[in-house]
Design a protein. Structure first.
Length: 347
């Protein structure tokens, strides 16, 4: 695993070198001094870097290969070249960069069509959510998967809708009764600290950056506003969604960051050895531990008979063999797990 990680880092290092070299060539005094009078050949080489070399290096780093992914990266490279290479030098190949914008535009229109399908199915989705006894953070994504096409953009939009819901529309809701993950931690304080840091950064940097580049300042402002909204929504989500249990399953979520459903009959054993709990968690272990300013250790680790699927932000999913949990009511969770495992033992 370490060897594989080092190889991935090498590809990223090569990518950074290629990107920095091209930027320095056209935007620094040293780079401009070594440019020949006729720059068409050099610019053509740079375009090859942006359209072919950098996308290939990025795919090697991510270990993700597909034609669609390659096209998106190549189009992004065309757009990046448009901003990095001065127009005086880029003029002979300007049509290539516009092709990048055109490809990205087609992709955006296609994604918007997928979004339209989500809007079309929204009444059915909302009806399913209202009829479900599960927490909204589980019932809404399930309803989306049931009714809407399974595209990544729809999964991402699902996250954004949850952010909007918990950020704006959840303030009148009362907390569910249940076992909580955050009350005996510094999670809320940490989130508030992040919000204050973003607000201060926005005030301090936005006006300075506005004088340098209006586009960048507006982009940074939008990102910061969304970040503040996300942290607020995340606090609401963890407050309103304690651990939820049915007769056969346990529903775990840590704000908007991650969630999973654990069947009681899929739990092989519950590890509570204090020495093992203080060891570093293995790669195949997902933790549901609220952030704390001090060292935080799980109260128990669930060893699964088969990997459990965990859903992260933007609908990303990954499977883990173990689940580490730190809860405010540890003994109640132990009793709940023992009872659930016993009742589902023969199923």
């Amino acid at each position: 695993m370490m060897v594989l990680k080092k190889k991935q880092n090498i590809w990223m290092a090569f990518l950074v070198v290629v990107l920095v070299s091209n930027y320095s060539l056209y935007n620094t005094g040293l780079g401009m001094s070594i440019l020949p009078t006729e720059t068409a050949g050099v610019v053509f080489g740079s375009l090859l870097d942006f359209i072919i070399v950098i996308p290939v290096l990025f795919m090697l780093y991510k270990r993700k290969f597909s034609i669609k992914y390659a096209i998106v990266l190549a189009a992004t490279g065309c757009i990046a070249a448009r901003f990095i290479i001065p127009m005086d030098h880029l003029q002979p190949y300007v049509a290539v960069t516009w092709a990048g914008f055109a490809i990205e535009g087609v992709l955006i229109v296609t994604e918007l069509l997928f979004v339209t399908t989500l809007v079309y199915y929204l009444p059915k989705i909302i009806a399913d959510v209202r009829a479900s006894s599960l927490p909204d953070i589980f019932s809404f994504p399930q309803a989306v998967e049931k009714h809407a096409p399974k595209y990544r953009i729809i999964q991402m939009l699902c996250t954004d809708l949850l952010v909007l819901y918990y950020g704006f529309a959840s303030w009148k809701r009362k907390e569910r009764a249940g076992l909580t993950l955050h009350k005996n931690s510094s999670y809320i304080a940490f989130q508030m600290m992040m919000i204050h840091a973003i607000v201060i950064e926005t005030i301090g940097i936005h006006w300075w950056l506005h004088e340098k580049s209006m586009l960048l300042s507006i982009l940074l402002l939008i990102i910061n506003i969304y970040s503040v909204l996300f942290f607020i929504a995340d606090m609401q989500a963890i407050r309103l969604n304690p651990i939820y249990a049915t007769s056969d399953s346990l529903y775990l979520s840590l704000g908007l960051m991650k969630r999973t459903t654990i069947r009681f009959d899929a739990i092989e054993k519950v590890e509570e050895n204090p020495e093992l709990l203080k060891e570093k968690l293995s790669k195949d272990t997902i933790d549901f531990i609220a952030r704390d300013f001090g060292e935080a250790y799980p109260h128990m680790i669930l060893q699964m008979k088969e990997p459990v699927e965990v859903t992260f932000m933007l609908g990303l999913k990954k499977r883990y063999n173990k689940v580490a949990i730190k809860v405010d009511q540890a003994q109640e969770l132990r009793d709940l797990l023992r009872r659930g495992m016993e009742e589902n033992k023969g199923e």
